[in-house]
Design a protein around this ligand. Structure first.
Ligand code: BEZ
Ligand code: FE
Length: 282
């Protein structure tokens, strides 16, 4: 039977065009997307002017993208979509360290450093010791785990955002655990910073009365043979933006008390101790 388009039958009409030979998962995903998009338009009675605004916004979002800027991921982040995709794909057993958003500032291929190394290469900021263990669900140490870390500098920028200002790999490091599962390195106490807000996503946040700030955090990517990969952060307890993170990345178990040491004592001013618990792969 020929189906012409109507408001009442819009979803069925569009979805009926897909070939039965099309990939089954693609068909499932696209059918649901069409269903929800059409329901959205009907729910808000989207005007033609609003549709044009949305198309222009998405066009500018694409035009903002480059090798070093991914405005679409930023859009996904501020809409809570990235955290939701993370949540449905990382339903971990009780006791595991929770994951959070990856963010756009990880760099592949950072050289492995000796355990305990300093990652603040510009020496600016409040020195902080990061330490803890990588353990399994029973608390046993995991040997040979790679602990890949990155954070912003004291001005709230990652090295890749300021290639002419910061040394390459400033506030980044990769460390490998020994038989005791321990990691430790020094860097700086991270500071809160705004996500890149000079594009359409920042403009949208402004229209919505939302700020672009993320609470201070250290990124961790922990991998070990036989265990699930963990992408997460530790957040600085007491940060003003913990409850309003622009990208919704905060989870209570990831908030860490950064301990302030006596300035007269030798060693870093701050200490952040945190153990990461990895479930077995799968
Ligand atoms: C970050 O934490 O590096 C980040 C996450 C999402 C968007 C922008 C930055
Ligand atoms: Fe970050």
């Amino acid at each position: 039977m020929t189906r012409y388009f109507s408001e009442a039958d819009s979803v069925e009409t569009v979805n009926a065009r897909m070939s039965p030979d099309a990939d089954a998962r693609l068909t499932e995903v696209m059918a649901a997307l069409v269903k929800h998009l059409h329901a959205f338009v009907k729910e808000v009675t989207l005007t033609e002017a609003e549709w044009e605004t949305a198309i222009a916004f998405l066009t500018r979002t694409g035009q903002m993208c480059s090798d070093t800027r991914q405005e679409f991921i930023l859009l996904s982040d501020v809409l809570g979509l990235s955290m939701l995709v993370d949540a449905v794909n990382n339903r971990k057993p009780a006791g595991s360290t929770p994951s959070t958003v990856f963010g756009p500032f990880h760099v592949d291929g950072v050289p492995e450093r000796e355990m305990g190394a300093e990652i603040s290469l510009d020496g600016v900021g409040e020195p902080c010791l990061f330490e803890g263990r990588i353990v399994d669900l029973d608390g046993h140490p995991i040997e040979g785990a790679l602990v890949d870390v990155w954070s912003d500098n004291a001005d709230g920028f990652y090295d890749v955002q300021q290639p002419d200002v910061q040394p390459q790999h400033n506030n980044r490091g990769v460390f490998r655990t020994g038989a005791d599962g321990r990691y430790w390195f020094t860097g700086i106490k991270p500071v809160s910073y705004p996500i890149p807000d000079d594009g359409p996503v920042g403009e949208m946040l402004g229209h919505l009365g939302r700020h672009p700030y993320r609470p201070a955090h250290m990124h961790f990517l922990v991998t070990a043979p036989g265990y699930d990969r963990l992408i997460t952060h530790t957040f600085v307890a007491g940060d003003a933006y913990l409850e309003s993170d622009a990208v919704f990345g905060v989870k209570a178990p990831l908030i860490v008390d950064f301990e302030r040491c006596e300035p007269s004592q030798p060693g870093p001013l701050w200490r952040a101790k945190y153990d990461f618990v990895l479930p077995p792969r799968g």
